[in-house]
Design a protein around this ligand. Structure first.
Ligand code: HSE
Length: 297
């Protein structure tokens, strides 16, 4: 059995811990029952992701089996990873959902999306990568209590390409959350509220000119920009080249751009900007994934 789970970008500027978008970049997990637990990893993170029972896919599989009341029979997993690790692209979410879907698929269980997410939230406290990775498209998620997530999914405008500028350095989500203030002013909360609502309406109405305002935020990006040098310069350059929106992907270190034109040029300029600052980087031009996680034959 093969399970395919897309990368995701999250926050999208003002939608901190709420917005997410699935992307056409994937981690693939080939799973079979075996005599003992075993993991092989190829591609991104192959040099350092654990292959023992600390592996996140295996942990999610074992925990899901326990929660679902089925035997956690040993499995062998081959992970083919396209998604850079520790760069704000939801690679952990793919392993968590992959492990849960393996438990569901191998035991012929039927779980709703909400039930799958409830299990996934045992591993990751914020739903903004998990939800689009599971259902595809652009998603708005709200936590209700600790473990229930209510979400809405929208198709993402096909006109928009997503350019990712992926630096070589990583940013740990815990660290990127530590730099955030615990209190914000009403003025800043309103600033974000206006822009988050604007993002949803602009995507629905295909009002691409509004997106750059919708991607502005006062809750996280101003504090995190010091963890991702080059963000402000890259944003300015992307807009000069005609981009529609530029923001920090999740908690970084990847920078993301929505654009209808000059996608490669924006990516190339980003790599140059990072190089000038002393960092290697690469870029990818992607689209939105509409399907989300799936079992493949
Ligand atoms: N929304 C989270 C954050 C990252 O910005 O810290 C992904 O869950």
């Amino acid at each position: 059995m093969q399970i395919v789970v897309p990368a995701t970008t999250s926050n999208l500027g003002a939608g901190f811990d709420a917005f997410g978008l699935a992307l056409t970049l994937y981690n693939r997990f080939t799973v079979e029952e075996s005599d003992a637990f075993a993991v092989e990893i190829y591609g991104e993170g192959a040099d350092r992701l654990p292959t023992d029972v600390n592996n996140l896919f295996l942990r999610a599989y074992i925990r899901a089996c326990q929660e679902l009341g089925v035997d956690d029979r040993p499995i062998r997993v081959v992970q083919e990873n396209e998604i850079p690790v520790g760069r704000g692209l939801g690679s952990s979410a793919t392993a968590i959902l992959g492990g849960i879907l393996a438990a569901v698929g191998l035991n012929d269980l039927k779980l709703s999306e909400e039930e799958i997410l409830e299990l996934a939230l045992l591993f990751e406290g914020h739903p903004d990568n998990l939800v689009p990775a599971l259902v595809g498209g652009f998603t708005v998620s709200a936590l209700v209590g600790e473990r229930r997530v209510v979400f809405e999914r929208l198709d993402f405008p096909p006109e928009l390409r997503v350019v990712l500028l992926v630096p070589e350095f990583e940013v740990l989500t815990e660290e990127a959350r530590r730099v955030l203030p615990s209190m914000v002013s009403l003025k800043d909360a309103v600033f974000n509220l206006q822009r988050a609502a604007l993002m949803v309406a602009a995507l629905v109405n295909r009002d691409f000119e509004a997106l750059r305002h919708a991607a502005e935020d006062r809750l996280h990006q101003p504090f995190r920009s010091k963890l991702v040098p080059g963000f402000e310069v890259f944003k300015e350059e992307a807009y000069r080249l005609g981009a529609d929106a530029a923001f920090i992907s999740g908690s970084g270190s990847t920078l993301a751009v929505f654009t209808r034109k000059n996608a490669d040029e924006i990516g190339r300029r980003g790599v140059e900007i990072m190089k000038r600052l002393g960092f290697a980087a690469r870029y990818k031009v992607l689209e939105a994934d509409a399907e989300g996680a799936r079992w493949a034959k």
